[in-house]
Design a protein around this ligand. Structure first.
Ligand SMILES: Cc1cc2nc3c(=O)[nH]c(=O)nc-3n(C[C@H](O)[C@H](O)[C@H](O)COP(=O)(O)OP(=O)(O)OC[C@H]3O[C@@H](n4cnc5c(N)ncnc54)[C@H](O)[C@@H]3O)c2cc1C
Length: 281
């Protein structure tokens, strides 16, 4: 199986197929997995979940209280997308209302709740006590996919910006003819090329399960997402006022880029991972 992401609402209908998928995740044959954060356990701090994964974020507004309300199975919205898995979820499992987000609005995000859920031994995906190890090992691989997502967003933004500056005329010439604009474009393309190569290199290491994947996965994710944020922001700038309005896709790309600096571990955390690897050697 290749690297892929799970959509909570598009899980296989067949229970055995679903189990096989979960096992494949644990064996790193596919990238995503579900995780609960330690500090969300037992408390109702705000856990953020995307497609079956969870971590915690403190959040105390009235809105978040509303978001904590449970959704019965099957959730009303899921039935519109695809059938629920054949096996109903375990007792104690439920999830919250869809999160209202800055970007990636095409990807549903919900909290998952596991209240005293008991899982039989036959459904364990690894040895007892190995959960954190499996989670961290999986992250080494999945981070590369966030780097790839960032490269895609950045490339889309640069393509749009390039097309725009070639046709938009100001002061009697195409905006692309101004040297200040050309230097911006060159920097954008140069950093994008570097990010792409880093993601390719990390992807190859992921496929081979190289021992230095932790370092290179973190560098690829961190660099590519920082580049995506910079390129999308610069692309909005290159379109002037049109960059800021929804008639063009640049403002959306800028909002979408932001999450790549945050999830799968923030870029501060990526730097911690890199430093640990450096100091280990
Ligand atoms: C839309 C969305 C989808 C998500 N999808 C998933 C998902 O699929 N799977 C999943 O597991 N998680 C997912 N998350 C959660 C995401 O991975 C976390 O939000 C992220 O890892 C940051 O954790 P936090 O929110 O608890 O921030 P915090 O840990 O509270 O961090 C707050 C700030 O402090 C900084 N910080 C924290 N610790 C340190 C440190 N030691 N040194 C320096 N700075 C530090 C952080 O960089 C950040 O700037 C998703 C979140 C969102 C918003």
């Amino acid at each position: 199986m290749s690297a892929a992401t799970f959509d909570l609402f598009k899980l296989p209908d067949d229970y055995e197929e679903l189990r096989a998928a979960v096992r494949a995740v644990a064996e790193n044959k596919i990238a995503p997995y579900a995780r609960t954060s330690m500090n969300s356990r037992g408390s109702r701090s705000k856990p953020m979940t995307r497609c079956g994964r969870r971590t915690s974020t403190p959040h105390t507004s009235a809105k978040s209280t509303a978001a904590l309300e449970r959704t019965p199975w099957p959730p009303a919205s899921s039935s519109k997308r695809s059938p629920a898995p054949a096996r109903p979820p375990d007792e104690g499992f439920s999830f919250g209302e869809p999160e209202r987000k800055l970007g990636i609005k095409g990807s549903p995000t919900r909290e998952l709740f596991f209240d005293n859920v008991r899982i039989g031994d036959d459904r364990r995906v690894g040895e007892v006590g190995d959960g954190l190890k499996i989670a961290l090992r999986t992250l080494d691989h999945t981070r590369v996919t966030i780097g790839a997502q960032a490269v895609g967003i950045a490339r889309g933004a640069l393509d749009h910006a390039l097309a725009y500056v070639k046709q938009r005329r100001q002061f009697g010439k195409a905006v692309a003819e101004f040297q200040g604009i050309q230097f911006m474009l060159a920097d954008m393309a140069m950093t994008l090329a570097a990010a792409r190569q880093m993601v390719y290199a990390a992807a190859a290491k992921s496929e081979r399960a190289d021992p230095d994947l932790s370092f290179f996965g973190a560098t690829a994710k961190c660099y590519a997402s920082d580049v995506a944020m910079r390129i999308t922001t610069d692309s909005v700038q290159l379109l002037g006022g049109y960059g800021y309005v929804k008639d063009y896709p640049l403002e959306r790309m800028m909002r979408d880029a932001k999450i790549t600096q945050i999830y799968e571990g923030t870029n501060q955390v990526q730097r911690i991972v890199m430093a640990r690897q450096l100091l280990k050697g």
